[in-house]
Design a protein around this ligand. Sequence first.
Ligand SMILES: *Cc1c(COP(=O)(O)O)cnc(C)c1O
Length: 383
Amino acid sequence: MSLIYFDNAASTPIDSRVLESMMPYFCIDYGNPSSIHPMGIRAHNAIENARESLATLLGCQSDEIVFTSGGTEADNLAIVGVANAYSNRGHHIITSEIEHHAVLETCHHLEKLGWRITYLAVDNKGQVSPQALERAITSDTVLVTIMTANNVVGTLQPISEIGSVCHKHGVIFHTDAVQMIGHLPLDVKKTQLDLLSLSGHKFSGPKGVGALYVSKEISLYPMIFGGGQEEGFRSGTENVPGIVGLGKAAEIARAEMIDDSKRIKDLATKLINGIISKIPHTTLNGHEVHRLPTNINISFEGVEGEYLCKELAKRGLCVSTGSACSSNTHEAPYVLLSMGVERELANCSIRMSLGKANSESELESSLEILREVVANIRSYSFV
Ligand SMILES: *Cc1c(COP(=O)(O)O)cnc(C)c1O
């Protein structure tokens, strides 16, 4: 059975040029980047080139990039690192209800250690209000962490406005930009960001590698201690092939993301329109305009989301309900609930996330599969 992969928000296939760039660093230039002999120097230079590529993509300086083991570690390092470095300023953090678990669970952890966390609600399109954020800031507020783009519904946040509010009140601003980096342009200086998390495998790079942008103005307490790699922010021998791959993915994104995203957005728009017009009792979740080009989140009345995913999988269509972390737990889709979607309907939603490898012909087949599977489920369960 041939598979149609519409789960690019969970992970993307690695670009063949990325894979090629990584290969020499497994068996040929395998030295430890801290070694002072030629093998070490080659590995070190490869890391510094990758750092340069990422810095160019983000509009920052290369010494403002810290490599991590992925988006999760970057989020943890940003939040815990700021909390530990600035605990003399206060003990209050502001975030939103719709963050990724990597942010939410880190905040829960700090809550247990005595920090006060404000979880801002979002509107029915999934956006945080900069005014509500401003009202939540107190003299005790140290950090605001609001994601750039949501992984479940694809809504983009007004992060420039949020950045201005934070700046005005002298509060540090971190954003989890894992879903957006490599797909839409973002300049960390123009957006007044202090910290930004990204992950390789969400934009055609390898898994297990990511980065945190840390503005030079910000001090950060490390989470991992040891040999002092990454300017002491993140000890441990660097994942050289992974970092090289991440750098290559950043270079490709910078050159190609505008065209790629335009093409993917056209495909996604066609698929959305096809579903809404051909399958009755369906609604698009999230923002109609301010959304990721890759994301589609739809509710099918009367069709349970987890069940629909499983039935679609039997026909070769790979989709998800939106949170890989909760796919085996029957946890309510908290992002949709925060947006005010009724629990009943929230449980009837799936996410289809498109990517560079998807084609027009897959659109037609997937629409056909969706139509049949939804009709079939509804024929015995829809009341
Ligand atoms: C995937 C994802 C992460 C986690 O990144 P990993 O590299 O898989 O650890 C964090 N935040 C968001 C929004 C994500 O989509």
